[in-house]
Design a protein around this ligand. Structure first.
Ligand code: ADP
Ligand code: MG
Length: 612
């Protein structure tokens, strides 16, 4: 799995904003369609609540009218006269609350279900992408699409339906009742409000920009913390705690400055808008009062007008906030949808497979040329040909960076060759089912085995999901792992820690071998499988590998030449080509690159381990 892990990614920097993907409406519609019925119900309830809200100011005005009457002349019973109006109002309040409850419940139901669907679909499609996709992307960014972006999209969606619908209806409804109450006052309002809204929107967009910068700065700080905590062993080993603290502190300081600036901006905005709203109330009262004085308007109508115009203003303020949310939601949604439609060049499954009894496990590279997709101008393999005869051990040696791991990647079909082809039993790998190839034919053991943070049992079973406990034990025995596993108090149920952090290198490697052997692979690739181990664990692991190698087609990649002497054939690679081939003795006699490598290693190795 860890074959092609990219080099240490730098901490998450801000995303390049130039390449913002476009929002995919068709795909969004597909996710929305299953919820249309519920959405319809939510819309109806939200509209209902908004219409009730439009009614309320009118009734309040009538109530004020009654109150005013009783302040003038105290005849009759106020309670009796206002009772029906008050009950009506109470009923409307109740209805409004109920409708609000209803549409919020429905919306949260839609939002959460859609978020689950989105996450599942995105995760599923991300896992299907080519290895070259992961070479070019940072894991942190992919994870944030699954978490933050889906979250943001969901809350924008909910807000747009609830607030947006409600605010629009309220604006429209209240404007109608306003103009019925007093055309003059309404016209005045229609001039003042948009002017104020314009100023507000300008300030709002400046604040939004500031808020985005603030978020980016927070993300940078998080990136620093994430990297330091995730690589705590390296930080400790280099005694870099102080420097990491300073780095994190500097980023935090930056985000504090931005956040305070944002806070001041918001405070200014709030203060100014309070003044504006209050002035509007005063202005309405003043102009309306003079109309009342001139008998052109009743006091009750003025009250209704005040309440309704407040509703309009609040709704319009909401709408302008909402606009920013829509922009953010759309770009989050676009990021979520972007990788959902991306289809990989190498599918996970599909193609033919050979029945197990007919599978011989003979591999051949025919004039393969290859350069990594993310580095197209840099050929790693050139006209490379190699045959792995069934049941035989072939060793591949050569300088570091010479392309040995790349050969293994092509065999696993992590990439397709740029030219030439790789065959299994004479069949081009591209015609074979990749899942079958990786899951049942090829066992791969790399230098840095990656385990999952679960039990030993589950880690071994990762090689074959439906393996019985007996099969797991057998594979562990074959990999020399059974003894150390049962020596743990929890045995096979021991949790190995994140990435197997609680095990030694040799133990991890033996679990990785058990995991590869449990699928009974016909072909085994050992990519520097023992080179990270000390000589004692190397001996135990090598013993397991020797046992596992019998009867299989094996490709041993090694730079420590002492481990490849027993191979049936040794292939020496240089400059992306095969430059020598033969047994240990033949190659020594030839006196070429191999004997040169042997001579050089013999100089570094203590005499007892020297290969000659
Ligand atoms: P070896 O296993 O022999 O040490 P590799 O096959 O790992 O060599 O690498 C061969 C060359 O390909 C190196 O120059 C390396 O930098 C490059 N390379 C390896 N992996 C990738 C990758 N995922 N993307 C781009 N270049 C890569
Ligand atoms: Mg390598």
């Amino acid at each position: 799995v860890a074959l092609c892990e990219p080099e240490e990614a730098p901490p998450a920097r801000s995303r390049p904003r130039v390449l913002e993907p476009r929002f995919n409406w068709t795909l969004f519609w597909q996710f929305l369609r299953p919820h249309l019925l519920v959405l319809g119900a939510a819309v109806v309830l939200a509209l209902g609540a908004a219409l009730v809200n439009v009614q309320i100011p009118l009734l309040l005005g009538q109530l004020v009218e009654i109150v005013a009457k009783y302040t003038r002349d105290h005849v009759g019973s106020f309670l009796k006269e206002s009772r029906s109006l008050s009950t009506h109002l109470l009923l409307l309040y109740g209805l409004q609350g109920l409708l609000t409850f209803g549409y919020l419940v429905l919306l949260s139901r839609i939002g959460e279900r859609m978020a689950v669907d989105l996450r599942r679909a995105l995760f599923c499609n991300l896992l299907r992408q080519d290895i070259e996709f992961f070479d070019a992307k940072k894991t942190g960014q992919l994870v944030s699409r699954l978490t933050t972006d889906v979250q943001e999209f969901k809350s924008s969606f909910k807000l747009v339906i609830s607030q947006g619908l409600r605010s629009c209806t309220q604006v429209a409804g209240c404007l109608v009742s306003l103009s019925m109450l007093s055309t003059r006052l309404t016209l005045l309002l229609m001039v003042a409000t948009p002017a104020l809204m314009g100023v507000g929107t300008l300030m709002g967009s400046a604040l939004r920009k500031l808020s985005r910068q603030c978020q980016e700065q927070v993300a940078r700080a998080t990136g620093v913390a994430d990297e330091a905590l995730g690589n705590v062993r390296t930080v400790r080993a280099f005694a870099m705690e102080q420097r990491e603290e300073e780095r994190y502190g500097a980023e935090l300081e930056g985000s504090r400055c931005k956040a305070e600036e944002l806070g001041r901006g918001i405070a200014l905005f709030q203060g100014l808008s309070n003044i504006a709203f209050n002035c509007m109330v005063l202005g309405t009262l003043f102009v309306g009062g003079s109309l009342v004085a001139g008998q052109q308007l009743t006091g009750g109508d003025l009250m209704s007008f005040l309440v309704a115009s407040q509703t309009v203003q609040r709704s319009m303020a909401n709408l302008s906030i909402l606009f920013g949310q829509v922009v953010r939601g759309l770009s989050a949604g676009a990021r979520v949808f972007e990788y959902m439609t991306l289809s990989p060049g190498i599918p996970l499954s599909g193609g033919c497979s050979l029945p197990r009894e007919r599978l011989r496990g003979s591999i051949a590279f025919h004039n393969v040329s290859f350069s990594y997709p993310c580095r197209p101008g840099f050929p790693v393999l050139r006209d490379f040909s190699l045959t792995l005869p069934p049941g035989k051990i072939v060793a591949l040696v050569g300088q570091s960076g010479g392309g040995k791991t790349t050969v293994a990647s092509l065999l696993e079909r992590f990439y397709d060759p740029t030219a030439g082809m790789v065959t299994l039993d004479g069949q081009d790998l591209r015609t074979l089912d990749p899942s079958w190839l990786r899951g049942q034919v090829i066992g791969f053991i790399s230098q840095e085995p990656v385990l999952f943070g679960t039990t030993i049992m589950e880690n071994i079973r990762f090689g074959k999901v439906d393996a019985s406990d007996e099969e797991v034990y057998a594979a562990a025995r074959e990999a020399n792992a059974h003894e150390f596993i049962i020596s743990f108090p929890e045995g096979y149920n021991t949790i190995v820690g994140e990435r197997g952090a609680t095990l030694s290198g040799g133990q991890k490697q033996r679990l990785a071998i058990a995991r590869a052997l449990i699928k009974q692979p016909a072909v085994l690739i050992l990519d520097e499988a023992t080179s990270a181990l000390d000589s004692e664990s190397e001996r135990v692991v090598q013993e397991a590998l020797d046992r596992a190698s019998t009867g299989r087609t094996v490709l041993v990649i090694a730079h420590r030449l002492s481990t490849v002497r027993a191979a049936h054939q040794i292939v020496v690679m240089a400059h992306g080509r095969v430059c020598e081939m033969g047994t240990h003795e033949e190659l020594l006699k030839k006196g070429g690159l191999y004997s040169e490598l042997i001579r050089r290693q013999a100089l570094d190795t203590p005499p007892s381990e020297a290969p000659q």
